[in-house]
Design a protein around this ligand. Structure first.
Ligand SMILES: CC/C=C\CC/C=C/CC(=O)SCCNC(=O)CCNC(=O)[C@H](O)C(C)(C)COP(=O)(O)OP(=O)(O)OC[C@H]1O[C@@H](n2cnc3c(N)ncnc32)[C@H](O)[C@@H]1OP(=O)(O)O
Length: 297
C-alpha cells in the first residue's frame, strides 16, 4: 500500500510542480544555477537549497541553507520539491542525503510566519506545498537518508521521518520530535502515520499527545533515529550507509526493494493519490492559525 501511495504520489506531483515552475513567483527551475566541479561532480544551488551530485556514485547531497533555522517557508518548500523532482528525473541519481548547512539546526519545521495572519488562499497554497514536500520525499523511488546535524522539531522531524534512514549527531543538546501539541496544534493524520510507522503505536501516542521533543540519545532509544555518530561524522556515515543500501540488488530484483527497482517498472498509478486537500480547508476553518499565534489571540 505504501508503495502504491508512493508511486501514485510521484505521478500526481510532477504536473503540479511543473505548474509551479511556470506560474509561481516562489522560485523555479530557472533559479537553480548549475556549475561543474571536478571528479564527476555537479552542483546546483538556489537561494535555500544546494544540490551536489556525484555522478560516479549516484549519490546526491541536498543541503538546506536557509538561515537562521531552515524554516519551511513556501519558497523553501517549493525549491525543495523542485530540487527533489529534478533528482528523481535524473536516472543517474539513486540516493539522496538530506542535511543542513547551518550550525546546530537541521530544520525548525514549518515557518511560523507563513501561518500567522495570512489569507485562506495563502494558507491553502502553503499547506499544499507542505503536503507536496512530504509526498515527494516519502514517495521517492530513490534511497533517502537524513543526516540530522542539529535540532529538528515538528516539520523538521517530519522531513527526517519521510526518509528511509536517519543518522543524527550524538549531541544531547540537539532535539527532535513532533512537538505540535506543545504549540496548540494537532498534527495531521499523515504526520501521525509517518511517526507510527517508525516508532510504533505506543511511543507515537505518547509523543504526539505530550508533544515530546527527544534529545539525540532518547531519539535513538525510541527508534525515532536509527544511528547516532559524532557530529563531524554525520555526513560521512550517511555516505557509507548509502553505499550499503545502494548495494542491494534493484534493477533485476523486482519486489526485493521497491525503492531501488521502481525506476525500472511500470509506475502508472493504480490507485488515486490520497486526497489531503481537506487539511488546508480544516486548517483555515478550524481557526487553528490565530489560536497558535499569541499576537492574534
Ligand atoms: C490541519 C493542519 C494542522 C496543523 C499542522 C501544523 C503542523 C505544524 C508543524 C510545524 O512545523 S509548526 C513549527 C514548529 N517549530 C518549532 O516549534 C520550532 C521553534 N523553534 C525552536 O525551537 C528554536 O528556534 C530552534 C531549536 C529551532 C533554534 O533555537 P536557537 O538556535 O536558540 O534559535 P532561536 O530560537 O533564537 O531562533 C532563531 C530565529 O529563528 C526564528 N525561528 C525559529 N523557529 C522558527 C520557525 N519555525 N519559523 C519561523 N521562524 C523561526 C526565531 O524566531 C528567531 O528569529 P529572530 O528574528 O528572533 O532571530
Amino acid at each position: 500500500m505504501a508503495t502504491l501511495l508512493k508511486h501514485s504520489a510521484k505521478y500526481a506531483l510532477s504536473g503540479r510542480l511543473a505548474r509551479l515552475c511556470v506560474h509561481s513567483r516562489h522560485g523555479g527551475l530557472q533559479c537553480l544555477q548549475p556549475c561543474l566541479l571536478p571528479h564527476q561532480r555537479s552542483a546546483s544551488t538556489g537561494s535555500k537549497i544546494l544540490v551536489e551530485m556525484d555522478n560516479s556514485t549516484g549519490i546526491a547531497v541536498l543541503t538546506m541553507k536557509s538561515p537562521p533555522v531552515n524554516s519551511l517557508s513556501l519558497d523553501f518548500l517549493t525549491e525543495f520539491s523542485i530540487s527533489l523532482e529534478k533528482l528523481e528525473l535524473d536516472r543517474g541519481c539513486r540516493g539522496v542525503i538530506l542535511t543542513s548547512a547551518l550550525p546546530k539546526i537541521f530544520s525548525a519545521g514549518l515557518d511560523i510566519m507563513e501561518m500567522c495572519g495570512k489569507s485562506p488562499e495563502h494558507c491553502g497554497e502553503f499547506w499544499k506545498a507542505v503536503q507536496e514536500m512530504w509526498l515527494r520525499l516519502y514517495g521517492s523511488s530513490m534511497i533517502t537518508i537524513a543526516a540530522i546535524n542539529g535540532s529538528s522539531p515538528a516539520g523538521g522531524c517530519l522531513m527526517a521521518l519521510a526518509c528511509d534512514y536517519r543518522i543524527m549527531a550524538e549531541n544531547p543538546k540537539y532535539s527532535i520530535g513532533l512537538n505540535e501539541t506543545q504549540l496548540g496544534i494537532v498534527a495531521p493524520f499523515w504526520f501521525k502515520d509517518t511517526l507510527v510507522n517508525t516508532v510504533g503505536n505506543r511511543v507515537a501516542e505518547l509523543s504526539l499527545q505530550l508533544g515530546l521533543l527527544y534529545s539525540a540519545p532518547d531519539a535513538l532509544r525510541t527508534g525515532l533515529v536509527d544511528l547516532l555518530v559524532p557530529e563531524d561524522k554525520v555526513l560521512s556515515t550517511a555516505s557509507q550507509t548509502m553505499t550499503q543500501w545502494l548495494a542491494i540488488p534493484g534493477e533485476n530484483a523486482i519486489g526485493s526493494n521497491p525503492r531501488v527497482s521502481s525506476s525500472k517498472v511500470d509506475l502508472t498509478p493504480k490507485v488515486h493519490m490520497v486526497d489531503l486537500s481537506h487539511s488546508s480547508e480544516s486548517m483555515c476553518s478550524l481557526n487553528w492559525i490565530p489560536w497558535t499565534c499569541s499576537n492574534r489571540a
